[in-house]
Design a protein. Structure first.
Length: 186
């Protein structure tokens, strides 16, 4: 069926529009989503979400001459949004884990009596990092700034995971001592 005829089905609110769209463009839409997500099941869900979005978008849009481009754009945005959401959830979990690791050496800001000037704390941490040897500074930053897993840090620097964990533990202890020496109550 031609694109213009499929759009007419959408405009007439005929459910056959979805079936015709799936028959003509389903495989291509799944391929777009799978290229972004690398997950066949998620790609199929994106395809179905595309049909729903198209149903709700036609009208006011009437993509008679560019239906595939219209649908492809919808699919791409849905897949990217899914990817961002999944990435944000992973980052949130890693952030919680890393926050627990750093809680032992960075003062908490919840207690108004211990409220710190954020710029002064940043300056103190930067001062600590400036005095570290480059290898230790890189390991610290890869873990606590870039949120790299210990396995990736070990592979990147050609050291064992145990060495990375030990280095991070010692650096956290040194940071704690440094901040206490700078006058921060932990």
């Amino acid at each position: 069926m031609e694109d213009a005829a499929i759009v007419e089905l959408y405009l007439a609110r005929d459910e056959a529009a979805v079936a015709e769209t799936a028959e003509k463009y389903g495989a291509a839409l799944r391929r777009i989503a799978n290229g972004i997500l690398n997950d066949a099941f998620a790609a199929e869900e994106c395809e179905n979400d595309t049909y729903l979005t198209a149903w709700n978008s036609i009208p006011p849009h009437e993509p008679r001459n560019y239906l595939f481009a219209f649908l492809g754009r919808i699919t791409r945005h849905i897949a990217i949004d899914r990817c961002r959401k999944a990435s944000a959830e992973k980052r949130r979990a890693v952030t919680v884990e890393l926050t627990k690791e750093m809680a032992e050496c960075i003062p908490a800001g919840d207690d108004p009596a211990q409220a710190l000037d954020e710029k002064a704390l940043v300056s103190a941490v930067n001062g600590f990092l400036a005095h570290l040897p480059e290898a230790q500074r890189n390991i610290f930053l890869r873990r606590y700034w870039y949120f790299d897993p210990i396995t990736e840090i070990a592979a990147r620097y050609g050291i064992t995971q145990s060495k990375v964990k030990t280095t991070l533990l010692r650096l956290r202890k040194r940071l704690r001592a440094y901040l206490e020496k700078e006058g921060y109550t932990l």
